[in-house]
Design a binder for this molecule. Structure first.
Ligand code: NAG
Length: 283
C-alpha cells in the first residue's frame, strides 16, 4: 500500500517536473531554462582554457558553478527571447568580461589572443583610487575601488550601488576585496552592472535582447553599444583601436563556439561616447 502510494506520487511528481520543464523550454530537462542550458561546464572551460592554470593570476577563481549561482539572482539573464538571442547575450557577456580580465596581451600565447579570458580578478597597479566624493557611497579610508571581478567593477558608487542590491552597501565599501574572495559575489556584481541601466545608458541586457533600438545620436543596437556602455568614454569614437578589436575577437570566438551569428554593429569606432558620469550632490 505504502509502496504503491509512493510509486504513484513519484510518477505524478515526474509528470509535474516534465511539464514545468517543457513550459520553460528547457533542453534535456536538467537546468530549468536558465543560463546553464545555453552553456555547459565543458564549453565554459573550453572558452577559458587558461583560467585554471598557473599562467593565470586568478587561477581557479572563476568557476562555472559561481557563474550559474550568480545568474539565479538575475533570472532574465540569458533567458529572454529566442535561443539565438539567449546565446548571443551569453557570448556578449563572456566576451566583454574576458577582455576585462584578459591575461594574454604580451604573452604571445601559441593559441592566439582570445583564449586568455578570466585571468585576473583585480586590476593590477591601479593608477588612482577610483573614489568620487559621495555622501551616499562614501569611500573608506585607504580603500581602492579599482577593477575587480569579471566586469572589473570600479568606482565607489558602483560598489555601493551593487552592495545596496544585496543589502550590504557598507560592507562592500569597507571591504571591496570581497569581490576577489567570493566568486559568486564577483559574478553577481558583474551581472548587476550588465542588467541595470545607468541613465542615460541602456542596460547591456536590454541592448542584447533587442529592447533598445538606438538613439537619435547615432548609437546603434549591437555589441558595439555594450562596449560604449562599459568603457565608451575611453574607447568609442576613436576609430579602430586594439581594445575594441580584442573585445570583438573574444565575442566572435564565443559566438562561433555557441553556434550563433554575431548580429550587427559590433564596434563603436565611430559612435559617440557617453559623457563620464558625474555624481550629483544628492548621491
Ligand atoms: C558569497 O556571495 C553570495 C552571493 O552574494 C552569498 O550568497 C554567499 O553567502 C557568499 N559566501 C560567503 C562565504 O560569504
Amino acid at each position: 500500500m505504502r509502496f504503491w502510494a509512493l510509486a504513484v506520487s513519484s510518477l505524478f511528481l515526474s509528470y509535474v517536473l516534465l511539464c514545468s520543464c517543457l513550459s520553460n523550454n528547457c533542453n534535456g530537462g536538467t537546468t530549468n531554462g536558465g543560463v546553464g542550458d545555453i552553456i555547459t561546464k565543458a564549453l565554459f572551460e573550453k572558452m577559458l582554457p587558461h583560467a585554471n592554470t598557473d599562467s593565470c593570476h586568478a587561477k581557479g577563481f572563476y568557476t562555472y558553478e559561481a557563474f550559474i549561482a550568480a545568474a539565479k539572482s538575475y533570472p532574465a539573464f540569458a533567458t529572454t527571447g529566442s535561443d539565438e538571442i539567449r546565446k548571443r547575450e551569453v557570448a556578449a557577456f563572456l566576451g566583454q568580461t574576458s577582455h576585462e580580465t584578459t591575461g594574454g596581451t604580451g604573452w604571445k600565447p601559441s593559441d592566439g589572443p582570445y583564449y586568455w579570458g578570466y585571468c585576473y580578478n583585480k586590476e593590477q597597479n591601479p593608477p588612482k583610487d577610483y573614489c568620487q566624493q559621495s555622501t551616499r557611497y562614501p569611500c573608506a579610508a585607504g580603500r581602492n575601488y579599482c577593477g575587480r571581478g569579471p566586469m572589473q567593477l570600479s568606482w565607489n558608487y558602483n560598489y555601493g550601488q551593487y552592495g545596496e542590491t544585496i543589502g550590504r552597501k557598507n560592507d562592500l565599501l569597507q571591504d571591496p576585496d570581497q569581490l576577489i574572495k567570493n566568486a559568486t559575489m564577483a559574478f553577481e556584481a558583474a551581472l548587476w552592472f550588465w542588467m541595470t541601466p545607468q541613465s542615460p545608458k541602456p542596460s547591456c541586457h536590454d541592448v542584447m535582447v533587442g529592447n533598445w533600438h538606438g538613439d537619435g545620436e547615432g548609437r546603434l543596437p549591437g555589441y558595439g553599444e555594450i562596449t560604449n556602455i562599459i568603457n565608451g568614454g575611453i574607447e568609442c569614437n576613436k576609430g579602430q583601436i586594439p581594445e575594441g578589436e580584442d573585445r570583438i575577437g573574444y565575442y566572435k570566438r564565443y559566438c562561433e563556439m555557441l553556434r550563433v551569428g554575431y548580429g550587427e554593429n559590433l564596434d563603436c569606432y565611430h559612435q559617440k561616447s557617453y559623457a563620464i558620469v558625474l555624481l550629483v550632490n544628492s548621491m
